[in-house]
Design a protein around this ligand. Structure first.
Ligand SMILES: NC(=O)c1ccc[n+]([C@@H]2O[C@H](COP(=O)([O-])OP(=O)(O)OC[C@H]3O[C@@H](n4cnc5c(N)ncnc54)[C@H](OP(=O)(O)O)[C@@H]3O)[C@@H](O)[C@H]2O)c1
Length: 187
């Protein structure tokens, strides 16, 4: 069965970016992507991804419109017109702008991913929109040893979680949780 995983990094007080979308609190720290709980092993499990417009804009602004690195299809939720399609080494990235219902997009992602998993890249409310329909299975958070007081929330919902793993990677604590399903999941 298809699984969607929200794999992200967060401050200890539950923010994935500052109010003005800065990730300096994260990028100023070292995490070993090939180490325990790092992104390399996770990425090999992924067949499709989803993100919101602000996250996509952040990638365009900071990596560059010609530095798209994902080889799997990525759905970008937005109401904005004219967002550019980022380019990878072999041409345009497989980027699908959408305003569709998350349940429709989930079905499209699952079909594209085959037996691989779905990566919810962020932001937190978009992850919550999938969780609202019982479509978010797992939360893996790299917790940075910093608080910032305010910012873009990790997951602004009431969700019941089960701790499934706890790993140290340098100064990060990487915690994994199973998201307990709502009473009536939509799948
Ligand atoms: N710490 C980490 O590892 C990590 C991971 C991911 C992201 N981030 C950062 O976290 C921040 C997240 O920003 P954010 O909270 O604003 O969230 P976001 O999900 O990246 O962007 C929110 C925007 O997505 C669009 N959107 C969301 N749901 C939609 C729907 N159902 N249909 C159509 N469009 C929808 C809307 O854009 P429109 O304006 O087009 O309506 C909305 O304003 C970014 O700065 C990102 O870089 C950090």
């Amino acid at each position: 069965m298809t699984r969607m995983v929200f794999f992200t990094a967060s401050t200890l007080d539950g923010f994935i970016a500052t109010e003005d979308h800065s990730l300096d609190w994260l990028l100023s720290r070292h995490i070993d992507h090939d180490g325990p709980g790092g992104g390399s092993a996770f990425m090999s499990r992924i067949g499709a991804a989803a993100m919101g417009a602000s996250t996509y804009q952040w990638v365009l602004d900071h990596a560059g419109v010609d530095k798209w690195e994902y080889t799997f299809p990525c759905w970008v939720f937005t109401h904005r017109d004219g967002m550019p399609v980022a380019q990878g080494p072999d041409g345009p990235g497989d980027i699908r702008f959408t305003q569709d219902d998350v349940r429709t997009v989930y079905a499209e992602m699952a079909e594209a991913a085959g037996d691989r998993e779905l990566w919810m890249i962020g932001g937190g409310d978009l992850a919550g929109q999938f969780a609202d329909h019982g479509l978010l299975d797992e939360l893996i958070v790299s917790l940075a040893p910093v608080t910032i007081g305010a910012g873009k929330p990790l997951l602004p919902r009431h969700l019941e979680l089960e701790l499934t793993d706890l790993t140290r990677n340098g100064e990060f604590a990487i915690v994994a949780y199973r998201v307990k399903p709502p009473v009536t999941p939509d799948r």
